[in-house]
Write a protein that binds this ligand. Structure first.
Ligand code: PEP
Ligand code: MN
Length: 440
């Protein structure tokens, strides 16, 4: 299980005190799992349906969760946004939606540079709340392994509330209007959603009048996910499943390998090859068709349905050029994987104000390109992976409420990459639903 330790692990913090690291990891090993292996298997089945072309993945949440944002309001707003998007996709595209949050564990961040310089002062880069502090002071930026323990507790508290919300009545489809209440008057996307919610409500009343009241509508299946970046944390939460004697990462249902840590001979690919969860790997524009096959061979040697999801993040400008060869190669080899589109990470740029931002239109265009490529090849566009928040932040430009560069400073709260706000997220869901309908 621990063979990754002999390999090169990119993007790991330089923990200053090995003894503290060992003690923090031991503490983590003593804790109960956050998810059960059986739930991971269920998600694998759901993703297998996606790979067969029978369902669609909606994966979304913060770029970087923060400890301070583990509040009832923030969690509920994110969940509400995802539930609204899922309702739009399920109803308008008539497809079962597999809901996966970038939530309850998305605390570690890979960085393109190890240091950050401001006004001539250079400090270690912020690597996520699981490693060091966001504040630009020498103290805050020292990696502290006990932050991984706090990551566990924050994930547990988040997941507990998410489970309560999704099974305790809040996610009941009869609440389809209620999720929109605070939003309807303030945004065109909210108004559009209101019309759709009305239709869903009528359909529900019709079913009730016919004497049917399915249990499936009373709660939703919701899964957690994060980038499996910090191998000390991920391996401390890896447990042997008592039913199957197989190792599972019990810190989330789904974990993925990021673009910066997907070296074929690196520690991350090795660690991921050992766990039995459904897993993802980000594929950027430099991925060759042969590399895609090598990932399959290493991570999914038995070609198990639902095991591997390719999360493509090419950039709007290149997705139409680069994606076809990958899909053709994987398909010609006879395997079905879930292909999902991350339209965020290939489209980041710096605004004149210095804020990292993304254009809503680029995000949309990458998803469009993704759908066009799949339609051309007869393969299945299996889902989207987006960075979003339930709050009305101003981090990405464009969208129905037309955020412009000058607005970015108004409410820019992300600790890392710019997220779609609630109205941009809903806009996106409507547009993706249309695209999906057109590919059918
Ligand atoms: C992310 O998902 O926040 C991320 C860093 O993505 P990528 O690995 O695709 O760059
Ligand atoms: Mn990000």
């Amino acid at each position: 299980m621990d063979t990754w330790r002999k390999l090169t692990a990119k993007q790991q913090p330089s923990w200053p005190d090995a003894g503290e690291l060992t003690r923090a990891a031991a503490e983590l090993r003593s804790y109960p799992p956050l998810v059960f292996a059986g739930e991971c298997d269920l998600l694998k089945e759901r993703i297998a349906a996606v790979a067969r072309g029978e369902a669609f993945i909606l994966q979304g949440g913060d770029c970087a969760e923060t400890f301070d944002a583990v509040t009832a309001d923030a969690i509920r707003n994110k969940l509400k946004t995802l539930l609204q998007m899922a309702a739009v996709l399920t109803y308008a595209a008539s497809v079962p939606v597999v809901k996966i949050g970038r939530i309850a564990g998305q605390y570690g961040k890979p960085r393109s540079k190890d240091t950050e310089t401001r006004d001539g002062v250079t400090l270690p880069a912020y690597r996520g709340d699981s490693v060091n502090g966001f504040e630009f002071t020498p103290d805050a930026r020292i990696p502290d392994p006990w932050r991984m323990v706090r990551m566990y507790h924050s994930s547990a508290a988040t997941l507990n509330l998410v489970r309560a919300f999704t099974t305790g009545g809040y996610a009941d489809l009869r609440q389809v209007h209620a999720w929109n209440q605070d939003f309807v008057a303030s945004s065109p996307a909210g108004e559009r959603y209101e019309v759709l919610a009305g239709e869903i409500e009528r359909a529900l009343r019709f079913m009730e009048a016919c004497g049917t009241d399915p249990e499936e509508l009373r709660s939703v299946e919701f899964f957690s996910s994060h980038e499996g970046l910090l191998l000390e944390y991920e391996s401390a939460l890896t447990r042997i499943d008592s039913r199957t004697r197989e190792p599972y990462n019990t810190s989330a249902h789904f974990v993925w390998i990021g673009e910066r840590t997907r070296d074929l001979d690196g520690a991350h690919v090795d660690y991921f090859s050992k766990i039995r969860n459904p897993i993802g790997i980000k594929l950027g524009p430099t991925t060759s068709p042969d590399a895609a096959i090598s990932y399959l061979d290493k991570l999914d040697p038995h070609r198990e349905p639902g095991r591997l999801t390719f999360v493509v993040r090419m950039g709007a400008g290149v997705v139409r050029d680069k994606l076809p060869a990958l899909i053709e190669k994987v398909t010609s080899e006879g395997h079905q994987v879930a292909w999902i589109c991350d339209p965020m990470h290939g489209n980041t740029f710096e605004a004149p104000s210095g804020h990292k931002t993304r254009r809503f239109d680029d995000v949309l265009d990458e998803v469009k390109g993704f759908f066009e490529v799949h339609r051309g090849l007869g393969s299945h566009p299996g889902g989207i992976h987006v960075e979003l928040t339930g709050d009305d932040v101003t981090e990405c430009v464009g969208g129905g409420d037309e955020i412009v560069f000058d607005d970015l400073g108004t409410r820019y709260e992300s600790a890392c990459d710019p997220r779609l706000n609630r109205s941009q997220s809903l806009d996106l869901a409507f547009l993706v639903a249309e695209m999906y309908r057109e590919t059918r």
